[in-house]
Ligand binder design. Structure first.
Ligand SMILES: O=C(O)CCC(=O)C(=O)O
Length: 290
């Protein structure tokens, strides 16, 4: 018996490569998480940016709790079984009236994982809809193999390398993933997806959590992950402990090391992500690592 998804939703994930909307938090709980994010931003005097958008669940207790939320992990178990790692997470924030967008891409392109049993739970912390640059997906495109991508490093592209698919995408086939705060969508790592800019007067905030079953391995370098359910019999990822407090110094140091290691995987074959290249670092500081 599935724990969270209906049999129809599981079939839709397999056939179309995505499911939405799935309510995983109350609107009040989602507003509380948003308020915690914005309290931190107010304290630092700037929007969350760069590496702080990547694997942020290793820095804040309220995000460590979010990646372990029963309803989310139950849904992932319905798709990939009982032994599960949270491999990564990324904030996708589009400020009000911003030109930031996400080009058509497959997540699998630079992640270095050995097989495509990888699912993203995109949790909405604000409404995400036609007015503010909601994500769009091409149903069934996950059934293609990995397709070639070109790196653009375009200024307003929120992806690490500004990567975009080198195949024609028929945008008329696209489905818009509209969500209310506290709802999530699930998408497969090979699904072609992207999102336009946010011309509205309000921020659009999503937190994308990447889950894998424990038999998925990293083949492009050293990596780490958080066990969120069951047993890891493979132990190919180093364990990631939750932070004992928000921005705890030990957690910040751990996060920095992990982010630098992840950047080497995600930017491999380019000089742009290199920590030895100050120009490259300036460019990278605006981008989440995803
Ligand atoms: O937030 C968006 O608009 C795109 C998110 C995305 O590309 C992803 O979660 O993989």
């Amino acid at each position: 018996m599935p724990k969270m998804l209906t049999p129809a939703q599981i079939a839709q994930y397999e056939y179309d490569g995505y499911v939405h909307p799935v309510r995983v938090l109350s609107s009040v709980a989602a507003a509380t998480i948003r308020a915690k994010l914005e309290t931190f931003e107010a304290a630092t005097g700037e929007p969350l940016k760069g590496d702080l958008r990547h694997k942020t669940h290793l820095l804040f207790t309220w995000l460590a709790d979010l990646v372990r939320t029963t309803g989310i992990v139950d849904a992932i178990e319905d798709l990939y079984g009982p032994d599960l790692l949270c491999w990564s997470s990324s904030f996708f924030i589009k400020e009000a009236r911003s030109l930031d967008y996400v080009s058509w891409h497959q997540d699998s392109t630079y992640w270095g994982l050995n097989k495509p049993n990888v699912v993203s739970a995109w949790v909405a912390l604000t409404p995400s809809n036609v007015t503010n640059g909601a994500m769009e997906v091409i149903p069934g495109s996950h059934r293609m193999d990995q397709v070639p991508h070109r790196d653009t490093f375009a200024k307003h592209n929120l992806l690490t390398r500004g990567q975009e698919v080198m195949v024609d995408v028929d945008a008329r086939q696209a489905v818009r993933i509209e969500l209310e705060p506290g709802e999530m969508s699930l998408h497969h790592v090979r699904l072609i997806h992207g999102s336009p800019a946010n011309p509205s007067d309000a921020r659009r905030i999503g937190f994308a959590i990447r889950y894998i079953p424990t038999d998925v391995h990293q083949i492009a370098g050293e990596d780490s992950a958080t066990l969120v359910r069951g047993i890891d019999r493979y132990r190919t990822f180093a364990d990631e402990p939750p932070p004992c407090a928000d921005m705890d110094p030990a957690a910040v140091a751990l996060h920095r090391g992990i982010t630098e290691r992840n950047a080497q995987i995600l930017y491999r074959g380019t000089t742009v992500g290199s920590y030895n290249d100050p120009l490259a670092l300036a460019d990278r500081s605006e981008r989440p690592v995803s």
